[in-house]
Design a binder for this molecule. Structure first.
Ligand SMILES: [Zn+2]
Length: 262
């Protein structure tokens, strides 16, 4: 019997200007950690996002193209999701689902790397990746997403809010658009820890969580604002531990694999 556990991993960091993370901030260099998550579960293990694709470790400019002038990935190959999992004794074949919060370039590292996995994403996010507006198009690296033979399962918008992956309340997907059109966050309920809210990029940092500023990358400020409100209510209802998407100060305070939350 596999225990239900949440493991937190990191594929390096991205170097950019602070204004790219916090709307209206300055031009100072700002580093953001790139988290991803593994949940072990008796019905099959689950990867959330998978961080940056490992190819960007070998050749950042070649893999990301022009957007690397704005966002520069700094990761080593051993932090790629497959390498990191195997180093900690996990078998990629045991991953049953890859859950995508959204499809930005620092969240697509797992797609197509797990032979038995079904990939779950909001249909709107998938479609937008291929049809993005000019200001958002750089965020999608289509070769990370559009791979042959993938098994996808598409969720269709607000009516799928609260989608409960295994029907046992452990992994729920929360529809939180605004940062991107089909963004979702995750409410994980663990046997001992209780509720853990992975906001992902619905709030990059605690500034966003505390409604002090907006993210430097978004498709709708109004949706961002509504999604943050919704997540704050959810955290209050469930007394959740809140994990924001890319906060360089908060992220080191969480247990990193091989430590875990049970
Ligand atoms: Zn994003």
């Amino acid at each position: 019997m596999t225990d239900i556990r949440l493991y937190m991993f990191q594929t390096g960091r991205i170097r950019q200007r602070e204004v790219n993370i916090k709307l209206g901030a300055g031009q100072d260099v700002f580093y953001t950690p790139i988290p991803w998550f593994l949940i072990t579960h008796p019905k099959g293990n689950v990867v959330i996002d998978g961080g940056i694709a490992v190819e960007a470790a070998r050749d950042p400019k070649g893999h990301w193209g022009a957007v690397s002038d704005v966002y520069w990935p700094e990761l080593t190959e051993d932090t790629g999701c497959i390498n990191a999992m195997q180093a900690h004794g996990f078998d990629p074949k045991d991953v049953r689902y890859v859950l995508q919060s959204h499809l930005h370039l620092d969240h697509t590292g797992a797609i197509g790397r797990f032979p038995n996995a079904t990939h779950i994403v909001q249909r709107k996010e998938y479609e937008y990746a291929f049809t993005a507006d000019w200001f958002a198009a750089g965020g999608y690296i289509l070769k990370d997403i559009d791979k042959p033979g993938l098994k996808w399962f598409f969720l269709d918008g607000p009516q799928t809010d609260g989608f409960d992956l295994y029907g046992d309340g452990v992994i729920k997907m929360i529809f939180t658009p605004g940062h991107s059109p089909g963004h979702q966050s995750f409410l994980i309920t663990l046997p001992e820890t209780g509720a853990v809210l992975l906001t992902i990029d619905a709030t990059y940092t605690m500034d966003h969580w505390n409604e002090k500023c907006l993210p430097g990358f978004l498709t709708s400020a109004i949706e961002v604002s509504h999604s943050v409100k919704k997540l704050r209510m959810l955290a209050e209802q469930t007394d959740a531990m809140v994990v924001t998407g890319h906060d360089p100060d908060a992220w080191p305070s969480f247990r990193q694999a091989p430590a875990y939350y049970g």
